[in-house]
Design a protein around this ligand. Structure first.
Ligand code: FBP
Length: 282
């Protein structure tokens, strides 16, 4: 695992150069979800694949930007699903973006995720590692990632970040959010999953949600590359993650690009989501 973390650190240093100097225009390709890929997405993907292909303990990888699983080393122990540059369209407006990695054993599914890493590219570059029931944050200083702090969520927070557009929210989601704002929650949403979830983790708690919507009944965020890694991170930090009804880490995967509705937060907010969804959701 140490060599994987080192590989992610090295890839992040390279990706930062691409963000700083890179071309933020669209490429001519679409990814498997039908999004037009930015040249930045492709460049970041190439950096990660090149570095991972040198690590013997990695058996196979799958990128959000690619169609299928790429086998690497037959005798490797780990499978890695990653989103090379989540929220890349925000680079153009100089908001934070991030990379997300889910580390699995045996098969790419929720049952088999054993560790997760994300890297935030903001005014600072920070890497958060969830493994062995703990969540640790590192920051890049003078070319090296240095340990900064353990991350632990409070039982309840004050931030509320929710995706999609209100026009497409189901009625029960609208009700949940209205009640939370009436209770004093602060709206905090940049449109980048990594910085939005990072903020909630570092400020002690709250709720991030991307529900099933009228236009995307199964949500937008992808299970293997985005949702499962953050679910593990939130659980290890003392919070929780649900699809509205059950733990996110009990959601079944039938295809590598499957999506799921998802809610991440401190325990109190997740309990609240489940109560509302149980009563009104389907
Ligand atoms: P991409 O994979 O297309 O970048 O989408 C992921 C994402 O940008 C997340 O980072 C973010 O939480 C979500 O989409 C925002 O979606 P919306 O604009 O619908 O709220």
């Amino acid at each position: 695992m140490e060599e994987i973390l080192k590989a992610i650190e090295n890839a992040s240093i390279e990706i930062k150069k691409v963000i700083d100097k890179g071309d933020t225009s669209k490429s001519e390709n679409e990814n498997s979800t039908g999004d037009t890929q930015l040249k930045l997405d492709i460049a970041s993907d190439i950096i990660i694949e090149k570095i991972f292909s040198t690590i013997p303990s990695i058996k196979a990888i799958v990128s959000e930007e690619q169609e299928s699983i790429v086998p690497l080393h037959d005798n490797g122990e780990y499978l890695i699903a990653y989103d090379p540059l989540d929220g890349s369209s925000l680079v153009d407006v100089n908001l934070s973006v991030g990379s997300i990695y889910g580390i699995y054993k045996n098969e790419f599914n929720a049952k088999n995720i054993i560790a997760a890493v994300y890297v935030v590219f903001g005014p600072r570059i920070e890497m958060v590692v969830a493994q062995n029931n703990s969540v640790k944050m590192y920051r890049l200083h003078d070319g090296e990632f240095k340990f900064i702090t353990d991350i632990n969520l409070n039982e309840k927070g004050i931030l509320n970040a929710t995706g999609s557009t209100q026009m497409c929210w189901p009625t029960h989601h609208r009700k949940l959010l209205k009640e939370m704002f009436d209770d004093g929650y602060y709206l905090r949403y940049s449109g980048g999953m990594v910085p939005d979830l990072h903020q909630i983790l570092l400020k002690g708690g709250g709720l991030f949600s991307y529900p099933g919507t009228a236009d995307k009944p199964k949500g937008k965020l992808r299970q293997l590359f985005e949702v499962f890694p953050f679910a593990l991170t939130y659980e290890f930090a003392g919070g929780a993650a649900t699809d509205g009804f059950k733990r996110v880490l009990e959601v079944e995967t039938t295809h590598i690009h499957d999506t799921t509705p998802c809610f991440f937060g401190s325990k109190d907010e997740i309990k609240r989501v489940k109560e509302v969804y149980k009563e009104y959701g389907k």
